[in-house]
Design a binder for this molecule. Sequence first.
Ligand SMILES: Nc1ncnc2c1ncn2[C@@H]1O[C@H](COP(=O)(O)OP(=O)(O)OP(=O)(O)O)[C@@H](O)[C@H]1O
Length: 302
Amino acid sequence: MTTAIDVTGLRQSYGDFEAVRGITFDVRQGELFALLGTNGAGKTTTMEVLAGYSRPSGGSVRVLGLDPVKARRQLRPRMSIMLQEAGFLGDLTVAETVELWRGMAKDAGREPLTGNPIELVELTSKAKVKVKQLSGGQKRRLDLALAILSLPEVLFLDEPTTGMDPEARQRTWEIVRSLREAGTTILLTTHYLEEAERLADRLAIMHEGVIRIAGTVDEVVATSGDQLSFRLPERHELLPAIEDRPPSIAGGRAAYKVYGSAHGAMRELLDWADKYQVDLERLEVRPGTLDDVFLRVAKEAK
Ligand SMILES: Nc1ncnc2c1ncn2[C@@H]1O[C@H](COP(=O)(O)OP(=O)(O)OP(=O)(O)O)[C@@H](O)[C@H]1O
């Protein structure tokens, strides 16, 4: 499979502060890669370098095999960017904004999208409304419409669904999926882990300028293990260690993290309960989640 985005040892500083501290990852052609991370982790900075807005202070980046700063003109017709703060002209209407951008896209030699982008993002009833009068979520939808005015080979989406209501978010996911199906390579940043779980082929979690974990959604989630928990019984001080770990106790429940066989752990626990004649109430096994991994990554790094 061809690599569409290649990031090797990327570093980026603002004055003395190093926001991105040597990250390496690649995104294959037609793949959707999600960059997750804590606030200030360096996700937007990475995206800005990839989009050619700034030169890296170290390492190298390639988009479609090209240097995004040096080959800006060549790349412009082939990629689209939806960053967090769009530079709209507030006095233009939604329809006028789309027309203006359509003209610019045409000048850049891009093939227009078939279909009406305003309809696609469900802003038809707002076509004649001034951009400055749109709500936050509606502005994000307009951003998306502009990013996909023509079908890009590479699309950068920086927190595309922030501020959207659940229905608009679902709609956006459908649009993103259809772009991916049409072959667009997508790099997405998001704080909604569910968004990454649903859309991403692979993902990376960043913290303080470094990638802490990366892989397919399944691979990353698998590092979090299962959780076995139940209402805190009497005589809980006698609870066994499982996989050499004692239970954690909080909110009136006891919980074990299990990385090996949940079946075996459950058997050990039930043997203990039989031995001490304890009834384990509200017993449950919950598979690990991306939230668990994210929280662990943020905590481990402290
Ligand atoms: N223009 C700038 N000048 C100085 N520091 C900056 C600048 N832009 C970003 N930073 C700093 O670089 C770090 C990374 O910022 P960045 O916006 O890339 O993070 P992020 O992962 O996108 O965060 P968030 O999830 O909060 O949007 C932060 O500590 C931020 O304060």
